[in-house]
Ligand binder design. Structure first.
Ligand SMILES: [Fe+2]
Ligand SMILES: [Fe+2]
Length: 136
């Protein structure tokens, strides 16, 4: 069994919001499946199906997250939404490139990895701080 592309880390990756942690785990799970298929040189239509699943789940997750943090007193809400928008644009660019070439590049996987760790640990944790404040 090859090592997973990305491993969930309950300490470093938790947002302290169970629903969002579950959604992040689902995103990681799709990315891992995509990476495994890529490593296994699966046919392009299978990769395509997973890239589509990843893209649509990302849109859904960002929507859920934005709806959630809009219920908090979260000063960074607009900045966070802008970051989501930029991530979707970059994901869209990679997706379009893949659809043209049929090749998933290392840059694409690097982007996914960086996005996961940097966004969840650096940005998503901020709404958990807002959650603590709102609850206080
Ligand atoms: Fe986010
Ligand atoms: Fe997130």
């Amino acid at each position: 069994m090859p090592q997973s592309f990305f491993q969930w880390d309950p300490v470093r990756l938790t947002t302290h919001v169970d629903a969002m942690d579950r959604e992040h785990q689902k995103l990681i799970e799709i990315m891992n499946r995509l990476y495994e298929k890529h490593q296994a040189k699966a046919p392009v239509h299978e990769l395509k199906a997973l890239v589509n699943e990843l893209a649509s789940w990302t849109v859904t997750h960002f929507d859920h997250e934005e709806n959630y943090f809009d219920t908090l007193e979260y000063a960074q809400a607009n900045v966070h939404k802008k970051i989501h928008k930029d991530l979707l644009a970059r994901l869209g660019t990679f997706k379009a490139e893949f659809e043209k070439t049929g090749v998933l590049t290392d840059a694409f996987f690097q982007f996914l990895k960086t996005w996961l760790s940097a966004h969840i640990m650096g940005i998503d944790v901020k709404y958990s701080e807002a959650k603590k404040k709102s609850a206080a």
